[in-house]
Design a protein around this ligand. Structure first.
Ligand code: IPE
Ligand code: IPE
Ligand code: MG
Length: 249
């Protein structure tokens, strides 16, 4: 039914080049089904694999997803280790298919704190998909917006940049998402209306879209609703709307 509805929706005229998503609500999705939280995270991975193709089909060039935040280490050890092993399972289950689907995978975040096994899986995913161009999927893992600003400044300091040459452009070039334009659309599922330390620098002018839909349920009709909302926004970037010129005038 939702499939039919989504097909009936008009295609938005303006498609965002870069969409960022806080994939929230896996735990509540599992609880609604009287299942352990891990069940929700597993369904969340499946939802992500579906979403990448749906966004790509709609012309989105970059999709950046928040998979594990710098703050998620605060969760119980079993949940954290469950999430780490889920990544390994997800890479072995889906990497081949994503590579064939033309997805370029990039991992953004602090890799120092994760296991060697996980780091190797990330490297394998990046290497195998390096030349793909249909869509770039950036997975933010052990990522925090504040961490990103600090690591970029550290690189700048190590390069010995003179203070008067240090500007926004210089910093941007050292941020974790330097390979992508800033996100046009920032989506958060799961009903919370906060950024939770996601792309603090890059989302300065992103259009925000919040939905109560829990991440594992985020499919074609929700994606089309978010893209339609985006297409209806008036992005001014601090300027004003250009005057409408009357016909014949
Ligand atoms: C988001 O879902 C996934 C991660 C943070 C890894 P949650 O696990 O935060 O789900 P809720 O918010 O508890 O429902
Ligand atoms: C944000 O979700 C992080 C990810 C989706 C990976 P959280 O569930 O961790 O955020 P808070 O705790 O509600 O702010
Ligand atoms: Mg949450």
């Amino acid at each position: 039914m939702s499939q039919v509805l989504s097909l009936a929706q008009p295609q938005p005229a303006v498609v965002p080049r870069h969409v960022a998503v806080v994939m929230d609500g896996n735990g509540r999705w599992a609880r609604q089904r009287y299942m352990p939280r891990f069940f929700g995270h597993k369904a969340g991975v499946d939802a992500l694999v579906r979403a990448v193709n749906l966004f790509a089909d709609r012309g989105v060039e970059y999709l950046t997803v928040f998979a594990f935040s710098s703050e998620n280490w605060k969760r119980p050890t079993e949940e954290v280790s469950g999430l780490m092993s889920l990544v390994l399972v997800a890479v072995s289950k889906y990497l081949g298919r994503m590579a064939k689907d033309g997805v370029r995978i990039r991992i953004v975040g602090d890799r120092d704190a994760v296991s060697d096994k996980l780091r190797e899986a990330w490297e394998q995913a990046e290497d195998l998909t390096r030349d793909n161009r249909r869509i770039t999927l950036a997975v933010a893992f052990n990522y925090g917006g504040r961490w990103d600003v600090v690591q970029a400044c550290r690189q700048a300091l190590a390069e010995g940049i003179a203070p008067d040459r240090f500007d926004e452009q210089y910093l941007s070039q050292h941020m974790a998402l330097s390979f992508a334009p800033d996100p046009d659309l920032f989506i958060r599922t799961g009903g919370e209306m906060r950024m939770s330390n996601f792309l603090l620098w890059q989302a300065a002018y992103s259009e925000l879209f919040f939905t109560d839909c829990l991440w594992p349920d985020f499919g074609a009709s929700e994606i089309d609703a978010a893209l339609a909302a985006y297409a209806a926004r008036d992005r001014r970037f601090g300027g004003i709307r250009p005057p409408v010129v009357a016909e014949g005038g």
